[in-house]
Design a protein around this ligand. Sequence first.
Ligand code: NAP
Length: 348
Amino acid sequence: MPEHVVIIGSGPAGWAAAIYAARANLKPLLFEGAMLQEHFDNGRPPLGQLSLTTEVENYPGFPAGDLKPYLSSALDASRQSMLMMEEKRHAVTGPELMFLMRQQAENFGTRIVAEDITSVDFGGKPFKLTTSTQTVEAHTVIIATGASANYLGLPSEAAFKNRGVSACAVCDAALPRFANHPVAVIGGGDSAVEEATYLTKFASKVYLVHRRDELRASKIMAQRAEDNEKIEILWNSVVDEVLGDDQNGMTGLRLKSTVDDTTHDVEANGMFVAIGHTPNTAFLNGQIETNKKGYVKLTTPFRTYTSVEGVYAAGDVADEYYRQAITSAGTGCMAALDAERHLAELGM
Ligand code: NAP
């Protein structure tokens, strides 16, 4: 028997879709991805980008406080042992938030498979989804595989991830290690400028490091960065090495000129990489319409419809603009409601 709803992906969009689909009695089957080291290395682990972050201060419903008693009562014992709940922090952490969402979906009867969907067949109905061990059939599919932040790929960058190196200023800028210290943003697009501007609220100074002599960002955003006294743009520069040590984490950057290859060091407690994201859509193998960058195209405003009827997309996989946990969760809910209505039209 084909499944009513299969959800692919285990970030906020996937779990929100699962909670809604499960509560609508659709018995969703969710593929959360395989626990492979290569997925962690490539920035797309099970439970999504939030599982790679520390505190999450902007997800509504989780203000600062001692969450330990709540987490102990809400989560399965097996999950609790995977968290460091005794650590002091200002808010819920990314992994905790994801475990809570996962638990909530499971409580309502979501069946969870720790495998990757490696290929899909949307050519006929029911749809077919294949992993390394099985093929499942489904009347509706929700794609919620997210996007992965692009990193520079330097070993020193990997060494200081979460200890100075971040790919999300909105998530991390207010953390104590950045307050009143110099930080750097890498990139020259709208995201880099937006992140740099946002960081000026917390950091003592923000270097914007761009590899060319002109920003890619829109004129108005670029002007805003150039006019901001706290932002210093370092033109024609790339990161040669992230500097730091075990005790202090990141302490600076060695920059290399793209003009003459000379290097110089700048002091910085943080490096925010804003050089774009890559949506996790390769497994779709062109069977769903995407834009030039690979993001799933939604065909109708305020709906999660894709180019294939019965296939929906939610979260960052279809959104290169907002990219927040709360917007992902919101569209996950929408996708489940869209799938439920489609099934009702089919009399299921
Ligand atoms: P983007 O426009 O693709 O810009 C990426 C930037 O990173 C470019 O400046 C690029 O340099 C640089 N870059 C790429 N690879 C690099 C590498 N390996 N080393 C150093 N630099 C590298 O991406 P985005 O800024 O994330 O924006 C994505 C989309 O969201 C855009 O359409 C943007 O307009 C939109 N957005 C809008 C807003 C807003 O309106 N408020 C805010 C954020 C994002 P080059 O310029 O040399 O290629």
